[in-house]
Design a protein around this ligand. Structure first.
Ligand code: NAG
Length: 245
């Protein structure tokens, strides 16, 4: 089942759109580390908005049927507009963009993201494209990178099983057909500890290290995927700064 988070963000973030839409482009203020934005007239733009991240297959909110927690439909944007909100932080997830096979991007997924970006802009709302993660992968009771991109460094063979030392090794797992039947710990096992605690699990830490060390070029694959997303939105709706976490 797709986990979904929609909540108010304390303050505005990044963003910008341009091109075919009525929204004026906003640009980060030089030297402010992308914390402040100006519109074309030089005025600071203040953002108020919501978070919309689908944290499981299909990794994109439902664009057709309104529901209180898993959709981003016209109705969602009408509500946002009526509340005076002007930004959505939208999850663009690596396992959504490149689900099963390295180098094979799912353009249908990006079409769905595109639909949301367009609906937002039609309602005067900017979009921040957010490559989100929590606990790196479903293998570690979170999400973030596709299962095919999870790697370990050489000393992994000496580590006790996940989630040591947070708790006893999990033995209950399920396979996800849409991810080449990768095996992940079940929600029941995952629910036995708080999710931020899993960052302390040696197995997860080792997988992070492998990503940072670019084992098998996986950090580069991440970069290529994000470049593909950027190219796709270039010239019409542009995320000028993207955050994760
Ligand atoms: C590609 O994205 C579409 C739309 O989200 C989804 O229905 C489809 O299952 C995805 N394909 C794969 C291989 O994940």
């Amino acid at each position: 089942m797709a986990k979904m988070a929609k909540m108010l963000l304390p303050i505005g973030l990044t963003i910008a759109t341009a091109g075919a839409t009525a929204l004026p482009p906003v640009r980060p203020v030089e030297g402010e580390g992308s914390k402040k934005f100006r519109d074309p007239m030089g005025r600071h733009q203040i953002f108020h908005g919501v978070n919309a991240i689908s944290k499981g297959v299909p990794f994109v909110p439902d664009t057709e049927t309104f529901s209180a927690d898993i959709s981003m439909t016209r109705e969602d944007f009408e509500i946002m507009q009526s509340l005076g909100l002007n930004v959505v932080r939208l999850g663009v997830m690596w396992p959504g963009v490149e689900p099963t096979t390295m180098g094979v991007y799912n353009e249908t997924y990006l079409d769905e993201i595109d639909k949301i970006v367009t609906m937002a802009s039609d309602h005067g709302i900017y979009t921040l494209l957010d490559m989100h993660q929590d606990d790196l992968s479903e293998q570690f009771c979170g999400e973030g990178i596709p299962s095919w991109a999870v790697r370990h460094t050489g000393d992994h063979q000496f580590l006790p099983g996940f989630p040591s030392p947070v708790g006893k090794t999990f033995t209950d797992s399920y396979s996800e057909p849409k991810m080449n039947n990768a095996a992940f710990p079940t929600r029941q096992d995952c629910a036995t500890h708080d999710w931020p605690g899993y960052y302390q699990a040696k197995d997860e830490a080792n997988a992070w290290e492998a990503l940072y060390k670019n084992v098998d070029g996986m950090a580069e694959q991440w970069g290529k995927m994000w470049a593909h997303v950027a190219a796709r939105f270039k010239g019409r709706t542009v995320c000028v700064h993207c955050v994760s976490g």
